[in-house]
Design a protein around this ligand. Structure first.
Ligand SMILES: [Zn+2]
Ligand SMILES: [Zn+2]
Length: 204
């Protein structure tokens, strides 16, 4: 429906309602409320509504998104405030869920050792999930995961597929930024593994 005719329809409805207040009141009294429905009836009602909403949304997605964007721009301050309140209310549960997803993934891909597969680092806050084939950036784009928790959630939903390992940030970055995708620790010239550092300190 064109925006113009839609506006006309709305205008017509508004006028009709102001002209027939009795009918409006009667309709509202006759409308059955969810609280008056039997459980099965309520369930059927809700699933019918859900099908309708999904269908409506899929046919009007662009329009709805544009309207929502425009509304958010007009109410930027309230949106900011609502987001802040929402975050304050849900922060703890969101963080707990993220942590549990992260621990599950780290546990699975480190085979329960919770350590870096390269240097053995065991500081939990240093550990990351590494894409063994170095296709992390592309993969994150594919699954639209902006940060770590997105990946952790995806790994769980995909039932922890092969192709991942646990590395610490250092090893992960060293592997990612070297031309041949090999961590500095794996090179013969390297003397900086924790074990080597310990031996060097003993020799000096
Ligand atoms: Zn490491
Ligand atoms: Zn390493």
């Amino acid at each position: 429906m064109a925006a113009n005719s839609k506006e006309k329809q709305r205008e017509y409805d508004r006028t009709w309602r102001t002209r027939h207040p009795d009918k409006v009141r009667e309709a509202s009294l006759n409308r059955k409320h969810a609280r008056d429905m039997a459980p099965e009836e309520l369930l059927a009602h809700r699933s019918k509504r859900a099908v309708y909403s999904r269908d409506y949304y899929s046919h009007h997605k662009r329009e709805i998104c544009a309207l929502t964007r425009a509304w958010k721009l007009r109410h930027a301050e309230s949106v900011k405030m609502a987001n802040k309140l929402y975050w304050e209310r849900t922060r703890e549960s969101v963080q707990a869920k993220r942590l549990s997803l992260r621990m599950d993934a780290l546990g699975y891909y480190s085979h329960g050792t919770m350590e870096c597969a390269c240097c053995g680092n065991r500081f939990l806050s240093f550990l990351t999930i590494d894409h063994i084939d170095n296709n992390g950036a592309e993969h994150r784009r594919q699954i639209k995961a902006a940060g770590g928790s997105g990946l952790y959630g995806w790994l769980k939903r995909a039932n922890y597929p092969a192709g991942f390992q646990v590395l610490c940030w250092n090893c992960n970055c060293s592997k990612a930024y070297s031309k041949d995708h090999v961590c500095e620790h794996k090179r013969k010239s390297c003397h900086t593994t924790e074990k080597n550092l310990y031996e060097l300190s003993l020799n000096n």
